[in-house]
Ligand binder design. Structure first.
Ligand code: SF4
Length: 376
């Protein structure tokens, strides 16, 4: 874990990662659930990559797999050049000090029977110094770091006396107390007041700047991903369907599903309050019975008959780190099977433009997808 590595090597490399779960359907039978399929993703040191998608898209499972919290079925996760699946117990303990998680729910992730100081100290009891005085000093420093001040007073309180935003700061302090390099932030602001969300995201940004932290930011909220992340990966049915620098993904989205997510983002403009936003119809697919071909095809208003329901589209590089998995963007940009549009979508136009409005499968109800508070 400490061997020197090339300067251009990412901190974390996900290679062809698949995660399958088996659910019991009867006393004798189980069926596989494809939570994550064939994901490749690099994350550079100090970078923030956001994973965005609906509930059940696989983003939380992918995030947890990167910190060895769920078993992987195939592929590899390489942290600083080392396959974390090959670590022995001692190496795994060392890895856990460097890779931590901030969980979504600050109300259930903190024990109501423990004082804040004990909660933050817990990782140190497992991994940190034996000296109680040293542990206490690090707990107070972590609480100060997340701006829970005076730290000594907060350390003596119980979680139920704190606001949602303060509880999430305790969760962040617990994740930070071991001095990690890599943090998975799993919907860290989805369950706290709107007024505290920006504060928590700015706090995470500050910590990142101070410590050169690397973040995997899991969210259903494209707006916060745009402002918090360097790159955004959009997941659907366990696969990354689009990946791009954050501004480029929001400004020049290519995949019909990404466009649907963007179309459903509420706009803070009173002039638009009566405008109904088009959202994609249908439900996300059952991960135990994914549609053949592109899993989005039953909901896609521009699906290519004869191709999209048969062939899974590969992720294709469009340039500048922008990748998309859609048959509208064929491999090499030439006339491959299913080639009906150019890389800029000009042959088909904007799939969420007029075609969207006319598609029977669309509804004009409230923005359902980004509004979900569940983890994927
Ligand atoms: Fe739609 Fe086909 Fe592209 Fe899937 S591959 S998003 S079904 S056009």
């Amino acid at each position: 874990m400490t061997a020197p590595r090339p300067a251009d090597e990412p901190l974390l490399r996900i290679e062809r990662l698949s995660v399958r779960f088996f659910v019991r359907t009867s006393f004798f039978a189980t069926r596989p659930i494809a939570a994550v399929s064939d994901v490749d993703l690099d994350i550079a040191t100090g970078e923030t990559v956001a994973l965005v998608g609906e509930s059940g898209s696989g983003k939380t499972t992918l995030g947890r797999a990167t910190v060895h919290l769920v078993p992987i079925s195939s592929g590899r996760i390489v942290f600083e050049g080392t396959d974390i699946g090959a670590l022995d117990d001692r190496e795994l303990r060392a890895f856990r000090q460097r890779a931590q998680v901030i969980f979504q729910d600050p109300f259930s992730s903190l024990s109501p029977y423990m004082r804040v100081g004990e909660i933050v100290e817990e990782p140190l009891v497992i991994h940190g110094p034996r000296s109680r005085a040293e542990r206490s000093a690090r707990v107070l420093a972590a609480l100060e770091q997340v701006k829970l001040s005076p730290a000594a007073e907060f350390a003596e309180t119980y979680p139920h006396t704190l606001s949602g935003g303060q509880r999430q700061r305790v969760s962040i302090a617990r994740a930070m107390v071991l001095g990690p390099d890599y943090l998975v932030a799993d919907e860290p602001v989805s369950m706290i007041d709107a007024s505290s969300r920006a504060e928590i995201l700015y706090l995470l940004k500050d910590l990142q700047a101070q410590r050169r932290l690397t973040f995997l930011y899991i969210t259903h909220d494209l707006a916060s991903a745009r402002h918090f992340a360097d790159r955004i990966a959009v997941m659907y049915a366990g696969r990354i369907v689009e990946l791009a620098p954050a501004g480029q993904l929001v400004g020049e989205a290519c995949h019909p599903y990404t466009k649907a997510l963007l179309a459903a983002v509420p706009e803070p403009d009173p002039g638009n309050r009566l405008r109904q936003r088009a959202v994609v119809g249908g439900e996300p697919p059952d991960a135990g019975a994914l549609p053949a071909g592109c899993a989005f095809h039953p909901r896609c208003p521009v699906a290519i008959a004869g191709t999209c329901e048969r062939i899974i589209p590969p992720l294709v590089e469009l340039g500048s780190g922008h990748q998309v998995a859609c048959h509208l963007y064929p491999v090499g940009g030439g006339d491959g099977e299913g080639s009906v549009g150019s890389a800029d979508g000009s042959a088909t136009g904007d799939p969420w433009g007029d075609g969207l409005a006319e598609a029977d499968s669309m509804t004009s109800s409230a923005a359902r997808m980004p509004g979900s508070s569940d983890s994927g």
